[in-house]
Design a protein around this ligand. Structure first.
Ligand code: ZN
Length: 68
């Protein structure tokens, strides 16, 4: 995981400073979801695509496309 020490997060309820990985404010107990990086959905799609490639039987696909 890449960390960004310069990024400061504040509690959305009491504006106390939060730790980088804190999802709960230590001062007031409010829930502050850790923001997910922009590439998270792309990573998810890549994993799904990889599983698809591993599970699909390519001999059938090759037949359909005329490679066999
Ligand atoms: Zn708070």
């Amino acid at each position: 995981m890449t960390r960004h020490p310069a990024t400061r997060r504040l509690c959305r309820k009491c504006h106390a400073e939060l730790g980088v990985d804190d999802s709960r404010c230590e001062a007031c107990g409010a829930s502050n979801p850790v923001p997910v990086p922009w590439y998270t959905p792309i990573l998810g799609l890549a994993i799904v695509a990889l599983l698809f490639l591993l599970l699909v039987d390519f001999s059938d696909v090759a037949k359909v496309l005329g490679f066999e």
